[in-house]
Ligand binder design. Structure first.
Ligand SMILES: Cc1cc2nc3c(=O)[nH]c(=O)nc-3n(C[C@H](O)[C@H](O)[C@H](O)COP(=O)(O)O)c2cc1C
Length: 162
């Protein structure tokens, strides 16, 4: 039988008392070895009938307080999390043959933190956030393109796109 270290991982893994520190070490390795998006993770939520759904999101921050991603609160995941705060995350770094699984309750970051993140995004991403009604069915692709055009007109001054 494999011997386990203090984290319950096989002995061959780095043994750190603090799982967040270990996550950080692995993330730093993944940044060097993954071809793209080492911060991509699958996020599982479930609806009021306990039907699960999973999709990719990007990790934007992490600390002892939690693992932070950003999304549209009116998306499917956003709506599901309003009803059921329980969620699960899974990182898979193929280049390292490693995964990290996280379960917990989701909470909102402060408005100030969300605003700071929004302001850090490029102009096209900010316009995209306004124009896309995430998770809602589009009748046509043109509908989205028109919304993008309209928001670009509305916020033609990049500094005022907030
Ligand atoms: C690599 C990757 C990263 C993504 N990152 C995010 C993200 O950070 N936030 C987000 O809302 N959607 C992100 N998406 C899109 C989601 O996977 C998903 O399509 C969208 O959020 C709608 O999900 P929902 O209908 O389950 O709410 C990403 C997709 C991919 C492929």
């Amino acid at each position: 039988m494999n011997e386990k270290n203090s984290l319950g991982l096989n002995k061959c893994f780095l043994d750190l008392d603090n799982p967040i520190q270990l996550f950080n070490e692995w993330m730093e390795e993944a940044k060097k070895t993954e071809p793209n998006d080492p911060n991509a993770l699958s996020l599982a939520t479930s609806d009021r009938n306990n039907i699960p759904s999973v999709r990719m999101v990007l990790l934007k921050d992490f600390s002892e307080d939690g693992f932070v991603f950003y999304t549209n609160l009116n998306s499917q995941k956003g709506n599901e999390l309003k009803e059921n705060l329980n969620a699960a995350m899974c990182f898979h770094w193929k280049s390292l043959l490693r995964q990290i699984r996280i379960t917990g309750k989701v909470s909102l970051v402060s408005d100030q933190t969300a605003d700071k993140y929004y302001s850090s995004r490029g102009y096209e991403s900010r316009i995209g956030a306004w124009a896309s009604h995430q998770s809602q069915e589009l009748k046509t692709r043109d509908q989205l393109l028109k919304q993008i055009k309209d928001y670009k007109k509305k916020y033609s001054d990049e500094k005022k796109c907030s």
